[in-house]
Design a protein around this ligand. Structure first.
Ligand code: DLZ
Length: 208
């Protein structure tokens, strides 16, 4: 039986050709993160977002996502041409390196993914993968991150898309990244997050 779940299409045609979108992703659970980031970027491009207007940053884990999103937004508003380290107040993301020349996603190097926006970003997509373990860690991080990201989006007025998987099992996470192994590959939720970012960024421009 087919499922009734999932987003209905946007009522308006999504056009990202004039938008600048930042992706901030964690590096925990790399295989799933890589698939989600790849799916997100592919869909952003499908919606017309230009490659040079897609900024990618990484943080160690999901708990770090709210601060990094906040810094990316405030940094992009005040500054053109500063180094990422300047803008992030000591959080080491590397410098203004073009994304195409950076090492593979998910590298633990502090210069792994580096481009900082030099113009305001229209939306940020926060991507993390939390998988439940045997302690309460999962619950605390899920709650802090979801509240933290909501706070950033409300405080800044910039759409912050909640691209954080909160999975009870490895398989749930893999299926939501479109790389499931048990005969069901699932669906890459990064594609939905990209569409949500383009829709919210376009809508926000109309609403203000
Ligand atoms: C510590 C931790 C654990 C146990 N699990 C995850 C996880 O499943 N996904 C994730 O993104 N991060 C995890 N972390 C790391 C925390 O998010 C954070 O990076 C550290 O607690 C340091 O603040």
């Amino acid at each position: 039986m087919s499922s009734i779940k999932g987003p209905a299409p946007s009522p308006t045609k999504l056009d990202g050709s004039s938008l600048r979108v930042a992706i901030v992703h964690s590096r925990w659970n790399k295989e799933v993160i890589d698939a989600l980031v790849t799916g997100t970027i592919a869909k952003l491009k499908e919606h017309g977002v230009k490659e040079h207007n897609i900024i990618v940053q990484s943080v160690p884990g999901s708990y770090e996502l709210p601060l990094a999103c906040s810094k990316v937004i405030s940094g992009s508003r005040v500054q053109a041409g500063a180094t990422a380290t300047d803008l992030l107040g000591g959080l080491s993301f590397g410098t203004n390196t073009p994304r195409s020349s950076t090492p593979a996603l998910g590298s633990s190097s502090s210069t792994a993914v580096a481009s900082m926006p030099s113009q305001p970003v229209d939306a940020v997509i926060a991507i993390g993968v939390l998988i439940k373990g045997s302690t309460m860690h999962f619950e605390y991080i899920c709650e802090s991150v979801s509240h933290g990201l909501m706070r950033v989006t409300i405080d800044t007025g910039v759409p912050v898309i909640f691209g954080v998987l909160t999975a009870l099992t490895d398989e749930q996470a893999l299926e939501r990244a479109g790389i499931g192994r048990g005969g069901n590959k699932g669906h890459n939720h990064g594609e939905d997050w990209a569409s949500a970012a383009v829709e919210m960024a376009s809508s926000s421009r109309r609403w203000t």
